[in-house]
Design a protein around this ligand. Structure first.
Ligand SMILES: Nc1ncnc2c1ncn2[C@@H]1O[C@H](COP(=O)(O)OP(=O)(O)OP(=O)(O)O)[C@@H](O)[C@H]1O
Length: 270
């Protein structure tokens, strides 16, 4: 696994980052589903325009943590959140937060590609239309730019009005990422974005993810440690709802500080 690391790259110390380099500041975040404590006192500062992976055994709270950043868990009855999550200097759990606006700034992509059953073009402009944008040229430009950003433009420019469901799984996932990008979010949350894809499509999406950080802060939940090692700048290891270790990816995989992390990354646990 260590082949993936560029050990000449200087390690970045998360504690040393300035406030303006932080995209998400998680302060003592705990979350319960009914009586089940799914996240316990999480504190982490997620850097801007970097890729951060969240790894850990099944059920440790990875998807729940990601869902806190666009308040997706609010939709689960019985969910109770304590603590604060700051994005752009606002606590997104403040009672006056506009959750719809938050979700357009913090886009989310799931494991299974989920294009809407409409044309490729309509998928891309759907969110913009909901925001009230009707100008055709604005919509066309946004659709084209989003497709270019996910390297799908050349493949689909002649079939923009075909159903999105005619695309391959890998293309559908790139379209879903483009749909999120069309809203010009600050942050992209990717929840196991390649686990339903074949190896070639996985590689394409991984290449795309590494390019996305030029414009966006990317968080990725993955079961695949090689993937975390390949694509991410920083890695967080969760276990039973607690953040056990969070650091520069090179450091976490080559010199973990915690025994639980070492056992997990060497396959002796989980
Ligand atoms: N809607 C829910 N109601 C009750 N418990 C839930 C709900 N969603 C998740 N949980 C519980 O919260 C804990 C964390 O779940 P979560 O899906 O975040 O884990 P995960 O690390 O993403 O798991 P996996 O890798 O299997 O996807 C688990 O114990 C899970 O059973």
């Amino acid at each position: 696994m260590f082949d993936y690391f560029d050990l000449s790259r200087p390690e970045v110390d998360l504690d040393g980052l300035a406030d303006e380099d932080i995209a998400i500041d998680v302060r003592d975040l705990s979350l319960k589903f009914g009586s089940k404590l799914a996240l316990k006192d999480i504190r982490m500062r997620i850097p801007k325009r970097q890729i951060t992976s969240v790894i850990g055994p099944s059920g440790c709270g990875k998807s729940t943590l990601l869902g806190c950043f666009n308040r997706l868990n609010d939709l689960t009855p019985g969910c109770e959140v304590q603590g604060e999550v700051y994005i752009n200097e606002r606590n997104i759990y403040h009672r006056k937060e506009d959750v719809a606006a938050l979700r357009s700034r913090v886009g989310m992509v799931f494991q299974r590609p989920n294009p809407f059953p409409m044309s490729i073009y309509e998928n891309l402009v759907y969110g913009l239309k909901i925001q009230g944008i009707r100008d055709r040229r604005t919509l066309d430009n946004a659709a084209e730019q989003a497709l270019r950003d996910v390297a799908l433009w050349k493949e689909v420019r002649d079939r923009l009005f075909d159903s999105a469901l005619t695309l391959s799984g890998g293309q559908q996932q790139r379209l879903v990422i483009a749909r999120a990008i069309a809203l010009q979010p600050d942050i992209l949350l990717l929840d196991e974005p390649t686990s339903a894809l074949d190896p070639i499509s996985t590689l394409t999406i991984e290449e795309l993810i590494t390019q996305l950080k030029e414009k966006y802060t990317v968080l990725i939940v993955t079961h695949n440690m090689q993937q975390a090692a390949r694509v991410s700048d920083f890695t967080a290891f969760l276990h039973q709802g607690s953040l056990i270790e969070y650091s520069d990816t090179n450091r976490l995989f080559t010199r973990p500080k915690q025994q639980q992390t070492e056992e997990y990354i060497t396959g002796r646990y989980g």
